[in-house]
Design a protein around this ligand. Structure first.
Ligand SMILES: [Zn+2]
Ligand SMILES: [Zn+2]
Length: 319
């Protein structure tokens, strides 16, 4: 996912899908979400900058990094990534979101490795106990919500904003609507002719495609309160650290099994489910395939994350 023009879709790239003990092919957690000209990073485990290079990504358009929690497999890549960005001549601010502790951690990194960019590397500490909007720009809204883990941990929901309606030029000409009014038509306004006749918006515009949405839930125990917040997303990433037979390990470590992830996906009525954050015991493609088949037996529209996997949200809707 480099800086080429990716058109009108939204894309997710998995940079790392392993958990505490990384394995070749299952690096520590990190994902990139690309929408239009912006790239958003979620988690930044150790090795993330090398994974970026390996999979053709770049940090040129990376302005925001969302960290779920301060376990090493989700944030130890930050010193290396920020240090390299700083050494390469950082020409834009980088905002880093995360729970309690993120401010001190980012300050340490900046003071130690990138002092010249102290003004440009900005932490945002989020209260992990409540659902809240934490970021918004012209194309996207990001909502943070509590997960259930051994330390303060946040899930993130990314919602593309609705796109403007498309002008039907032929119909606008037919009703003699001036071009100066097109901006309002795109926002959904009706048009009133001089004799008072109202031309309803739907007669002169066409609906845009529905906005894309994505939710990221790692790390967490089975936690149904998240269902309401992640309801109906196109794609849910939910961790499956363990297979269904390791329920006791999942409960003890506040992680999820394949069954847990599938049940959350069912309840939230999501479009597709992406699993990952595999325990080191699932080090081969065959073992991951077993996890995936457990998930698919309950929620068929599921994929297994692997390092380098890219998902195109437009294509997901056709599957
Ligand atoms: Zn983890
Ligand atoms: Zn963790």
């Amino acid at each position: 996912m480099n800086d080429a023009n990716y058109g009108d879709s939204m894309y997710l790239k998995v940079l790392g899908c392993g958990s505490a003990l990384p394995k070749p092919g299952h690096q520590h957690s990190s994902q990139l979400l690309r929408l239009r000209d912006k790239v958003y990073m979620i988690d930044c485990g150790e090795g993330t900058q090398m994974q970026l290079l390996r999979f053709g990504g770049s940090w040129a358009n990376l302005h925001r990094i969302f960290i779920t929690h301060l376990h090493g497999d989700h944030c130890l890549g930050l010193p290396g990534l920020l240090s390299s960005m700083s050494m390469s001549g950082l020409d834009h601010p980088v905002h880093i979101y995360g729970p309690e502790g993120i401010e001190a951690y980012v300050h340490f990194i900046v003071e130690t490795f990138c002092r010249d960019d102290a003004e440009r590397i900005i932490p945002h500490q989020i209260d992990h106990r409540q659902v809240q909007r934490v970021y918004e720009d012209h194309s996207l809204v990001v909502t943070a919500f509590p997960l259930k883990h051994r330390v303060p941990c946040i899930g993130y929901r990314f919602d593309e904003k609705p796109k403007p309606r498309h002008i039907d030029r032929e119909m606008c000409d037919f009703y003699q609507i001036p071009i100066a009014y097109f901006g309002l038509l795109k926002q959904g306004a009706d048009f009133q002719q001089e004799d008072g006749t109202v031309i309803p918006n739907h007669k002169v515009t066409k609906s845009p495609r529905a906005p894309f949405s994505f939710a990221y839930c790692s790390d967490t125990a089975y936690y149904p309160p998240i269902v309401e917040t992640i309801k109906g997303v196109d794609l849910l990433y939910h961790e499956t650290t363990f297979g269904a037979d390791k329920m006791d390990r999942a409960v003890a470590t506040l992680h999820s099994t394949t069954t847990d992830a599938a049940h959350i996906a069912q309840q939230a009525e999501v479009g597709h489910l992406l699993i990952g954050h595999y325990s080191a015991r699932y080090a081969t493609p065959e073992l991951v395939e077993e996890l995936l088949s457990e998930v698919k037996s309950l929620f068929p529209r599921s994929f297994a994350a692997e390092d380098g996997l890219t998902l195109d949200f437009q294509k997901l809707r056709t599957l």
